[in-house]
Design a protein around this ligand. Structure first.
Ligand SMILES: C[S@@+](CC[C@H](N)C(=O)[O-])C[C@H]1O[C@@H](n2cnc3c(N)ncnc32)[C@H](O)[C@@H]1O
Ligand code: SF4
Ligand code: SF4
Ligand code: SF4
Length: 403
């Protein structure tokens, strides 16, 4: 096994213990169709033996004293509690003094008292997918609103730490304030927004229906958000947040934007300069460059035949990571917001820039609007941070300059 550890930063692997299996079929889901990569498979289920191999390799591969396990899917709660008990036992067996944390991303519908006790007792951080008020959520997520809210109430009752993962799509994007207030009203203090940007491939050009980023052609799905919608959405929510909630409600993209303004790592890959530190592993041990690049051309190998270390530090994965920067079109290279945007996620890069070069992010116009809109407040918060003061002082300032 390779002992070479050239990355200073840790890396992460998102695990798919039930593959792409799910009890829902959300309209915009990019992951459900990944079962087509494994046509010969009837049951998508990570074996105990593979779980052990992964756990050992993953812990050994980490350069830091903390190790984060990320359970993802499909729906990870389709696996029984006994699977996760075994996972924790294996983590302890191979920890060798390292501190281990677990987070799990779920649609929330299968949460029970028993799961909550387990999450609480073992310090799991739970990401719950919820797309805002019922009419928005149900329109995309199979009418599951009440089941998800019941899951959230259970998590609250047992004191389990959770945050919201909200997908911004063609429908809810036009209602930023209603959407944002919903999360505040249900007591959610940590919110992540992800825009839907998916393209359907021209017939027969890909093994999957949806296309990978950094390619040309295809047509946008109906649920995808437009660049204009995304920009207006972010500006609308920012105005509400910056007046009332700084330091109280944490919106991941605003924190990441401020981090880039202050010159520290942003904490989300989409606004970081390079990719390559977060891979995804399917139920059978296949490792892919990123959860949003689970396509045959981005399969790095399988942990039964190569180690995670070899694959994560391979030339291929390094090239994948650096492509985020090296493939930036001229318009991005000249952009005044490059320090904050970095061309955003390569998954969303498939339009031409103003010079006719390929590889511009299809949300570019929205991001330009957003960065220009938040710049004065970001400048002010950076000044506060430099002076050792809390960014929440921006709320008072913004009221005096804008009211
Ligand atoms: C694929 S799901 C897997 C975990 C779990 N089933 C859930 O829904 O939380 C992971 C996250 O991706 C989000 N998601 C699904 N399809 C998406 C898309 N096309 N674009 C952006 N996010 C998407 C989901 O809403 C969820 O928050
Ligand atoms: S619950 Fe998650 S995995 Fe299942 S369809 Fe919805 S987004 Fe996809
Ligand atoms: S491709 Fe997108 S999601 Fe994947 S690591 Fe890069 S920025 Fe993140
Ligand atoms: S705002 Fe547009 S041009 Fe500027 S870095 Fe981002 S994607 Fe590139």
């Amino acid at each position: 096994m390779s002992t070479c550890r050239p990355f200073a930063r840790p890396f992460y692997v998102m695990l798919k213990p039930a593959g792409s299996d799910c009890n829902l079929s959300c309209r915009y889901c990019y992951y459900l169709e990944k079962r087509r990569l494994y046509d010969e498979t009837a049951v998508f289920c990570m074996s105990d033996e593979l779980l052990e191999l992964f756990t050992r390799q993953y812990i050994e591969a980490q350069t830091a004293g903390e190790v984060l396990f990320t359970w993802h899917g499909g729906e990870p709660l389709l696996r029984p509690l006994s699977f996760y008990r075994r996972a924790l036992a294996l983590q302890q067996r191979y920890a060798a003094g390292r501190h281990i944390d677990n987070c799990l991303q779920t649609n929330g519908t299968l949460i029970t008292d028993e799961w909550c006790r387990f999450f609480r007792d073992n310090g799991f951080l739970i990401g719950v997918s919820i797309d805002g008020p019922q009419r928005f959520h149900d329109a995309m997520r199979c009418g599951s609103f009440h089941d998800v809210m019941r899951g959230i109430e259970l998590l609250d009752r047992y004191g389990v730490e959770w945050n919201a993962m909200a997908v911004v799509n063609s429908i809810n994007a036009d209602y930023p304030i209603e959407f944002y207030r919903f999360f505040r009203d249900i007591g959610c203090r940590y919110i992540q927004f992800t825009p839907v940007v998916e393209r359907i491939a021209d017939a027969g050009s890909y093994a999957l229906r949806l296309m990978p980023g950094m390619t040309e052609g295809g047509r946008l799905t109906k649920t995808s958000v437009s660049s204009e919608q995304w920009g207006l959405f972010l500006c609308g929510i920012f105005d509400e947040w910056v007046r009332n909630d700084v330091g109280e409600t944490f919106v991941q993209i605003f924190d990441a934007t401020l981090a880039n303004w202050a010159g520290v790592p942003p904490g989300i890959c989409s606004l970081a300069p390079v990719c390559g530190h977060s891979a995804a592993m399917e139920f059978n041990g296949d490792l892919y460059s990123c959860d949003h690049f689970v396509f045959p051309g981005y399969r790095l190998g399988n942990i039964r035949t190569s180690t995670i270390t070899e694959m994560m530090y391979s030339e291929r994965q390094t090239a994948f990571g650096n492509a985020k920067r090296s493939m930036l079109p001229q318009q991005c290279r000249e952009c005044r917001w490059l320090f904050a945007c970095h061309g955003e996620c390569p998954k969303n890069r498939f339009i031409h820039d103003r010079y006719g070069n390929p590889g511009l992010n299809c949300l570019c116009a929205g991001y330009r609007r957003y960065f220009a809109h938040v710049a004065p407040a970001m400048d002010y918060m950076k000044t506060l941070l430099d002076a050792g003061m809390a960014p929440s002082n921006v709320m008072e300032w913004i009221r005096t300059v804008r009211d």
